[in-house]
Write a protein that binds this ligand. Structure first.
Ligand SMILES: [Zn+2]
Ligand SMILES: [Zn+2]
Length: 352
């Protein structure tokens, strides 16, 4: 399921591995050489220019690929402007004051390290009520009709029950065309659904649904989504402010945005903060951040702790603890239905 890339493949939260490019201080003198010559560049951390979408949409059974999410561009003329798309879908133009000029308020170190140790509730499949394994886009799909995330196990079960390609959650028939998908997302964005607004922002950034890229509008939408509480929007804006891409650079604001989402259980933000501390040579803090995201099931964070152990920056006990909590997180996401889906979708991907 890893090959779910390209526009239109959207899942409700950030892809731990492939979603937003994990960016970190490109300009700061942070890149270091890893043992063996691999550069652990800061560009792995904060979201920067978004290379891939972060949400996968469920598509109808008659779509070109009804098994899994698929590029959405096929059904609509490429390169639509914001105005054209707005006419096409709905008429949503956001009139929000946005987040405060200075961004979210700072959090205390105590709050930062003691909060957000559990995955945010948005990482739970609403049908089977199990947490979704990371990276979520590999293990779930996103229903644009109701802005709900459904795990692959429940998607397969729904299809086996011949639900006619409808959304497993709300039973709305899933559209096959990009225009219809965009209309659904736009409708939810009109209703101020923060997930939909974040999705729309990513679409404008990634040129999904046949849209022309419009970075400034994407930033406005992300700002609105963040104001309404979307953690993924915080994460992405954090990267943009940190790097000064599309906005005036404000590294402190970027970090505050990440902290704000990390304390609510956003693993990607937590991972990024770990990398930030690592590159500032605050190894103990880095290990603490990564231990938290490892506990949520972030394999990437586990690997960072392993590297720190090999470098002598983390203890054997820390690495052993990281292995333990990672395994526990993984176990918590498993079910026979999901294992069946894993095998089924892997087979589908191989036959494509
Ligand atoms: Zn499920
Ligand atoms: Zn639905």
């Amino acid at each position: 399921m890893a090959a779910l890339s390209s526009c239109g493949s959207y899942v409700p939260q950030d892809d731990e591995y492939g979603g937003v490019k994990r960016a970190f201080p490109r300009r700061a003198a942070l890149p270091r050489m890893e043992p063996g010559g691999e550069e652990r560049t800061p560009a792995q951390v904060l979201p920067s220019t978004v290379a891939e979408p972060t949400r996968n949409t469920i598509r109808g059974r008659n779509s070109p690929d009804s098994r899994l999410a698929h590029p959405v561009g096929a059904g609509v003329e490429r390169g639509k402007t914001r105005e054209e798309a707005t006419r096409l879908g709905s008429h949503a133009v956001l009139n929000s004051p946005g987040v405060p000029a200075a961004g979210p308020p700072p959090v205390t170190e105590e709050e930062l390290m003691n909060s957000g140790h559990e995955l945010h509730e948005s990482y739970t499949c609403l049908l089977c009520c199990l947490p979704i394994a990371l990276p979520a886009p590999r293990h779930s799909k996103f229903a644009p009709c109701c802005m709900k995330m459904v795990c692959n196990g429940c998607i397969l079960a729904s299809r086996q029950n011949e639900n006619g390609g409808a959304c497993p959650f709300c039973r709305t028939p899933t559209p096959d065309s990009a225009a219809a998908l965009l209309a659904l997302v736009q409708k939810r964005a009109d209703a101020k659904d923060p997930v939909a607004i974040e999705l729309l922002a990513s679409a404008y950034f990634d040129r999904c649904y046949g849209l022309q890229q419009d970075i400034h509008w994407a930033i406005e939408l992300w700002t609105e989504a963040a104001r309404l509480g979307d953690l993924g929007a915080h994460f992405k804006l954090g990267g943009f402010y940190y790097h000064g891409e599309g906005v005036e650079q404000d590294m402190a604001r970027g970090i505050r945005l990440l902290q704000h989402s990390a304390i609510q259980g956003h693993p990607e933000s937590r991972y990024s903060l770990g990398l930030y501390e690592y590159h500032n040579r605050n190894h103990e803090l880095a290990a603490q951040h990564w231990m938290i995201s490892t506990k949520m099931g972030s394999e990437r964070s586990l690997n960072e702790i392993r590297k720190m152990f090999m470098e002598g920056h983390a203890t054997k006990a820390q690495y052993a603890e990281a292995l333990r909590v990672y395994q526990k997180a993984l176990e918590d996401t498993k079910s026979p239905q999901r294992e069946e889906a894993e095998a089924f979708f892997s087979k589908c991907m191989r036959s494509d």
